[in-house]
Design a protein around this ligand. Structure first.
Ligand SMILES: [Zn+2]
Ligand SMILES: [Zn+2]
Length: 118
């Protein structure tokens, strides 16, 4: 078993979403040329959501539904939303859900590769 030869030898280049440099992907999920670029992007995204100091003001709480009971899309458990971008009830659930999504992606990729390799 193992990956098809073509897959291993195929070099996938991509454009870094942060600095627009070309780079060779080591993983299909890579979007940035370096960890720095990835963290820069996250910092900016995070900053743009809510200005510092207004993080837990009532308006912000209302806008993002903080303190509300929502259902986890992974285990369907109901929980109180504490962070603006929170979707899952806890870290474990989020990990599992994103891991599953990655597996699914990899599976789809493999299906595509089958056509490619014959
Ligand atoms: Zn970059
Ligand atoms: Zn959950």
């Amino acid at each position: 078993m193992g990956w098809p030869r073509k897959y291993r030898e195929r070099k996938i280049t991509a454009i870094c979403e942060e600095c627009n440099e070309k780079f060779v992907k080591k993983q299909d999920t890579h979007k940035y040329c370096s960890p720095e670029c990835s963290s820069n992007k996250w910092k900016r995204l995070y900053k743009s959501v809510v200005p510092k100091g207004e993080m837990y003001s009532d308006a912000v709480k209302k806008k993002w539904g903080l303190g509300k009971q929502i259902n986890c899309p992974h285990c369907s458990k109901s929980f109180e939303k504490k962070h603006m971008t929170q979707k899952y009830c806890d870290v474990e659930c989020r990990k599992e859900a994103t891991f599953n999504a990655q597996l699914l992606k990899a599976e789809q990729k493999r299906e595509e590769d089958k056509k490619y390799v014959e």
